[in-house]
Ligand binder design. Structure first.
Ligand code: GUN
Length: 293
């Protein structure tokens, strides 16, 4: 069994990005610039956005944070999005989700200029992804593709079982792996809460992507010998051993599943660290006008 080390891979990719930023600047190009919009004081969102800003600094990007109270109106937020769309210094931006209930997330997402949509949530980027055209791909699926690629995991002709059909992980993952390409060219089955006999389908998977959000759902008897297992779960469970009072648990029963695998991602330290790296990669692509030329 080989562990897929997302932490180490993410650090290596950040170094590559930092090097590329240096080269851009030495050629007289402007510093890539990512902006984030944060509404309210949700602890999780605060932590994520702070980490995104920290890693921007590490790789040499400029970053800006636009904060709003949770009482912000939809109109005010749309005005902010429009200003960011127009701002020529900003290459890409994100509106951190979730937003308060009185704000229509879809409306805000669709107001973002697709050329600056480094989260890859805009329908134009989703549509382009489906057709295999250049597109901003959302953070988690892109992070997983990067791990598969960097660990040289062959997906061609393989049976990939994706557990979970969310808009931001399961469904895009199933599309990316069935597209022509490397990684890609896989035969993909998407399982979800209404799937009959899920265990026997999982057992047929050469590669299993567990993205359903139920801690330790994937058990050893659901996995065939030599399978590649990618764990996308990040549920916070109470823990007396940590200062925060919680720790992360994946969707895979790692202790019992790992010995059967050829490759497996741990939680934490697997897919998670790759997600912010994906956002940085997208921002670099936006600055270089690689997706929309
Ligand atoms: N909330 C949780 N994950 C994400 C993400 O990747 N992007 C945004 N904008 N909000 C999130």
């Amino acid at each position: 069994m080989q562990l897929i080390d997302g932490k180490q891979t993410a650090a290596a990719v950040r170094q590559e990005i930092a090097q590329e930023v240096k080269e851009l600047i030495s050629k007289g190009e402007k510093q890539p610039h990512l902006a984030a919009v944060l509404v309210g004081n949700d602890g999780g969102s605060e932590t994520y956005v702070a980490a995104k800003m920290k890693f921007c600094k590490e790789v040499g990007f400029k970053s800006s944070l636009k904060r709003f109270d949770e009482t912000v109106t939809e109109e005010e937020l749309l005005e902010c999005v429009n200003n960011l769309n127009q701002d020529v210094d900003i290459d890409g931006f994100i509106v951190q989700l979730p937003l308060p209930d009185h704000i229509n997330e879809e409306k805000i997402t669709e107001a973002i200029d697709p050329k600056k949509d480094v989260d890859g949530f805009h329908p134009q980027n989703l549509g382009r992804m489906i057709t295999g055209a250049p597109a901003f791909i959302s953070a988690t699926p892109q992070g997983i593709m990067e791990l598969l690629s960097r660990y040289n995991i062959d997906t061609e002709g393989k049976h990939v079982v994706v557990i979970g059909r969310s808009n931001i992980v399961g469904r895009p993952m199933s599309i990316l792996l069935s597209l022509k390409g490397k990684p890609g060219n896989a035969t993909v089955t998407v399982c979800h809460s209404r799937t009959a006999d899920l265990a026997s389908i999982c057992k047929q998977g050469d590669i299993i992507i567990a993205a359903l959000g139920i801690p330790e759902f994937l058990k050893a008897d659901m996995v065939k010998d030599g399978a590649v297992v990618i764990d996308v779960g990040t549920t916070r469970v109470p823990s007396e051993k940590t200062k925060s009072g919680w720790r992360l648990k994946g969707d895979v029963d790692f202790e019992n599943v790992s010995s059967k695998c050829s490759y497996i991602t741990p939680v934490p330290g697997g897919v998670g660290p790759m997600t912010i790296v994906s956002l940085l990669l997208n921002t670099l692509k936006a600055a270089k006008k690689e997706i929309y030329s």
